[in-house]
Design a protein around this ligand. Sequence first.
Ligand SMILES: O=C(O)[C@H](CS(=O)(=O)O)OP(=O)(O)O
Ligand SMILES: [Mg+2]
Length: 238
Amino acid sequence: MLLDVVLTTSALTSQAISGKTLVAIDILRASSTIVTALANGCRAVIPVLTPEEAFELKKRDPDVILGGERKGLRIPGFDKGNSPLEYMSSDIVGRRLVLTTTNGTRLIRKGQEADTLLVGSLLNAQAVAREVLKLKRDTLLACAGTLDRFSLDDFVGAGSIVREIVRFSPDVSLSDIALAAMKVSASGDPVLSLKESFHVRKLMELGFAQDLDYCSRLNLYGVVPRLTEKGIECLEKV
Ligand SMILES: O=C(O)[C@H](CS(=O)(=O)O)OP(=O)(O)O
Ligand SMILES: [Mg+2]
């Protein structure tokens, strides 16, 4: 089994995806939000590309929750933003969340042709690692990036998942990028390695410092979000 990493959403090609397990990673903050929502009882997350698409789905089913951001802030008319901390309350239990974000939901839509698409974050790194090993296929850890540029938070997230996989299965093959991601993520506390990054500074300026601490927590949940025809559902709880 080979583990490889792509660094941005635009670097993801259908050829690279074909026949593989794809792990969609957007640590700050879409994949952390999806993992948190599903771990706290949300039924499914429907990733959409535009607010218009989201409003259309709400017209068809008024019970759905609209969540997401543009420029980091909640979209006018939406119920929630893209802070994972907003997805721990009882109002999400048993309901579907329609989510649109700048980077993460675009990545998931682009990767939907993969054999299996899982959503990975630091919060569920170990659970995703176990699932990747169970699936026994070459795996692409796909970083969303920020505005189509390399984003350190996603790279550290990919490296942490690689690390968990290697811990369970030391014989797995790593591409050089996967190896580099693993080394960077192992070089210290994930919060510290993220602190100076562009995206972190931007979220701090917007007042989301608590999100940073939360999204940096390792293995808080055992959920494995997986894309199905009903949206992203939590089929496994490790
Ligand atoms: O809300 C976020 O953290 C980002 C928005 S931006 O890149 O900072 O504008 O969205 P995400 O899709 O979760 O990367
Ligand atoms: Mg991001």
